[in-house]
Design a protein around this ligand. Sequence first.
Ligand code: SF4
Length: 483
Amino acid sequence: MLPRPNSKAVDRRERLKIPESEPPRRPPEERVADFAEPWAPIGLEWAKLAARRCIQCPSAPCVKACPLGNDIPYALWQLEHGDVVAASRLFHATSSMPGICGRICPQTELCEGACVYIKQDRVPVPIGRLEAWVTDRAAEIGSIPRSPPSRPTGRQVAVVGAGPAGITAAERLVGQGHEVSMFDAWPAAGGLLLYGIPGFKLSPDRVRERVRRIGELGIRLFPETRIGTGLTVDDLVDRGFDAVLLAIGAGIGRPLAVEGAGLGGVHQATPFLVRSHTPPELLPEGTTPLTEIGARVAVIGGGDTAMDCVRTALRLGAQEATVWYRRTEAEMPGNPRDRKLAVMEGARFEWLATPLGLEGDARGRVHSLRLVRMELGDPDASGRRSPVALPDSEFEVPVDDVILALGYLPDEGFVGRIAGLDTEPDGRIRVDPATGETSRPGIYAAGDDVLGPALVVDAVAHGIRAANAIHEFLSSGGSAANR
Ligand code: SF4
């Protein structure tokens, strides 16, 4: 691995003159015809030149903007000199899933949004694309960094939930010498990565390949095991687990509280995405794949999930797929890059309108959506101006399917059944922010069940923090059984 460059070795003026180019994607008309990832192939020379645009700023704002603190400039320095394996190792040093975060992070809001080129109104260094690319290339030649095994501690940890926070924590805990068992309600591990993110952002094969490594590390995986029904968290403690990590995510879709929300053709976002994307052999028993959709699709919501839904609807054959959002684009919470891709693929957007009800036919199937126009009033608790209905502005649009992407809540049915566990008013698990420990000693929580719906990279950071805290707890003789 090359040493870090000293600042005199980097000719910043020359680097700033290197022509910029966005990472190549397949054309939108080709992308929208399948569920494959959007990227066109790049080669080493393209990647080296793109990495060389990094001017190696001493203050490294990109590193500060990355929730994992990835050492981006140093990794790009290795890449521009052709050392793909060293670049990949540097990303792996701080991230459990660089190949995944490089694909699905909203980079314009994080590392790339902090890149100096943005201040000059230029294309940033494509950090995410390069991170994913070096990780893939290094894996292809068999270079996946593995920590040397630690001396077994004889302590046992149960991880409930095999999504990004749970996988990250489990791998780290095993590396620290603990025995780890993972329990997940779904037929396969991966959580949101496998069941919630469409293949056109992250291929399920890539997630499966990543998950395969869990078994290689000796983590015992119990799929289709919903903790809380039958086996409870207290049972896990009674069976000898010294610590428990709750990483169950926030998978309950917010309902739409209007008349007609239960009609046929009205889908909650998660079941819709699961049925559209998941390889059939990984679907829960009794769940049927969804291979087509009506011609006119309405998506209600404005975040990343709404973008995933509208882009999925277009791939399932919708002729007209429209996102209805109650504020304006300026207040939309999702990733602007995904929004741009959705528009390129044919999605329509209607701002300042909110549903009042859904009308159905004699068979109980939705056929139209009633809405009202909004205007923006005073700011609410989130700091965004709140939408206020305009009088006499109701209208109706014909629809064949409606998808509700109104955000997610933690599963209070699960969390509420754990005796002595404190929660926030909205159902999230209350933890010590420094450690992730809950109000029950030895029981920790990480990821969306604490944060609410958040980014995968934040869940990974949470998983690392919780694993380190659990390791410290166990190393000092702690046990969840001492309650
Ligand atoms: Fe950027 Fe996300 Fe990678 Fe951090 S993890 S460098 S924010 S793409």
